[in-house]
Design a protein around this ligand. Structure first.
Ligand code: SAH
Length: 223
């Protein structure tokens, strides 16, 4: 008897694709409308960014540990931040501060021509490299360093996302945003608010508070 195709595909992927669809449906129910972002979330295998022991939880809508006291962000907030940054536009160049395991960078690679992502913990920078390698994504550049300084030589960026919460948004990152560009960042300590910053002119930025959120802290220096 010929093998049943559904079983074959489940064997190839340790996690059934239906779980990823259900995750994206939940993100849409929570209010994310941008089809390009939802499709990107559907394409990237989140389980490929987790340790084998965590794979079973890959498609629940929660942040999960990735070691070094850091987490892979909650899928809903990843999608929401990218939707806010994109505002329906095609992007040429975006910066992510806080690569972690590389998941959000992979999602970003489907909405922007070029993605630059900085991580301050060497072991996580290396982990992201090895997680991303088998996916063969050509438009991501990973940098090891303190992301608070951005990437001066590559700026300006159409969009910037911070995956860690600072008490304030580093001035250098505001300066590296294109005029008309958008930065999305969690801001605060114990209580954090997701902020959207739009650069209006050389000297003006408009800030909008979006919703409460919970991220690991933004730290300076490298380790
Ligand atoms: N983008 C990740 C989330 C990683 S958690 C995802 O796809 O799920 C946030 C990461 O930000 C952590 O790995 C932490 O080490 C890193 N981080 C914190 N402060 C930083 C800084 N100043 N520069 C670069 N990375 C930083």
């Amino acid at each position: 008897m010929a093998p049943i195709p559904v079983v074959a595909s489940v064997e190839r992927e340790p996690v059934p694709e239906g779980l990823r669809k259900a995750m994206v449906q939940r993100i849409a129910q929570l209010g994310v409308k941008d089809r390009i972002v939802l499709d990107a979330m559907l394409s990237i295998p989140r389980h490929a960014f987790l340790e084998p022991g965590m794979v079973g939880q890959a498609y629940i809508d929660a942040s999960l540990p990735i070691g070094h006291h850091q987490t892979i962000s909650q899928p809903y907030i990843v999608a929401r931040m990218i939707e806010l940054m994109r505002a329906g536009k095609d992007l040429d160049r975006v910066l992510e501060v806080g690569t972690g395991c590389g998941y959000q960078a992979a999602v970003l690679s489907l909405v922007s021509k070029e993605v630059f992502s900085i991580e301050r913990i060497r072991a996580l920078h290396d982990l992201a490299k090895s997680n991303l390698r088998p996916l063969r994504i050509a438009n991501i550049r990973l940098h090891y360093g303190d992301g608070c300084g951005g990437l001066k030589l590559i700026a300006p960026f159409d969009g910037i996302i911070l995956a860690a919460a600072g008490i304030e948004i580093p001035e250098e990152l505001l300066q590296q945003l294109k005029i008309g560009g958008r930065l999305v960042a969690p801001v605060g300590g114990k209580r954090q608010i997701l902020q959207l910053i739009e650069r209006i002119s050389q000297t003006e930025w408009r800030s909008t508070e979006i919703e409460q959120c919970h991220f690991v802290p933004l730290r300076s220096g490298v380790t």
